[in-house]
Write a protein that binds this ligand. Sequence first.
Ligand SMILES: [Zn+2]
Length: 326
Amino acid sequence: MAKKRKRKRLRLKPAVFRFLIYFTFFLAIGIYTINETKKIIADFKYQETYEYKITQKGYKLKEAQKLIEILPDEKLDYILENEYNEIYYNIVTQKYYLDKNFDKYIEYKEYHEDTSYEDTIAIVNVHANVGWYNETYETNINDGYLMIVNKFYHLDESYERDDLENINLAYAYANNRASSVVIENFKNMRQDIEEEMNVHLMVNSSYRPYKDQEEIYNEFKKVSLKYADSYAARPGYSEHQTGLAIDITSLEHPTANDFKESEEYAWLKENCHKYGFILRYPEGKEHITGYSTESWHFRYVGEEVATKIYNEGITFDEYYAYYIEK
Ligand SMILES: [Zn+2]
């Protein structure tokens, strides 16, 4: 019996061995086939992705990934329908890019090759791509201290703030009125600069009703329309009608030219945001604001927004377009 069992076991061993060989062989082939199939399926699936398709258009992988991160599908399809164009990537990665303006940015940049991407975004965002006064919108007075008035947004003839107050003759020339909040903050700012530098800020001009602006504009228009539009805002389009804008110089430097070179102007540029004011028409931003630099014109928007505008180095028009109008 013992012998028989031994022989039987010996006979089984090669069979088991063969079985293991075959099993391992087919298992390996099986695994290999499954993996290869998986790879083929994965490749096939990857070829269906925007990432693959966009890189096939000539964009770098990182560029494709960024485009996918920012753009909705219909814009990605548009990119795929068109030849490789570096404009697309450079436009959509700008800080103030707004999806609704995609087509306008592309068109503007294609016609204005020398305009930087940053400026292209700013110009289109504030509507300046269509030309001053060529599109008009009504100012949303519900925006409160953030209401915008520029060469596209205008106020109704009847609009007047209900918190207008006379400005004390100690720090304003005659017949000046502004929002009580503006006066309060101007007083604080005036006091601080006086303590620091012994200079005395003065309000030259402030609230201006529609009728007054109309008279000013019509006077200029007697020369020509172009002349009038260069030197005065059209009635309804002057920020002075908001009651939130004030023209400032100082007793020490009463003319605009002198004031521009003064230390108090330099101080205001660096500090007025702490009191809620911004320099409304800064140097080098004429193509965005529509106004040559005005070293005297300050606008109240509140401390938080004024600080943001100061920190980001943008104009109020850009701020409004990106953060409010969207
Ligand atoms: Zn002004």
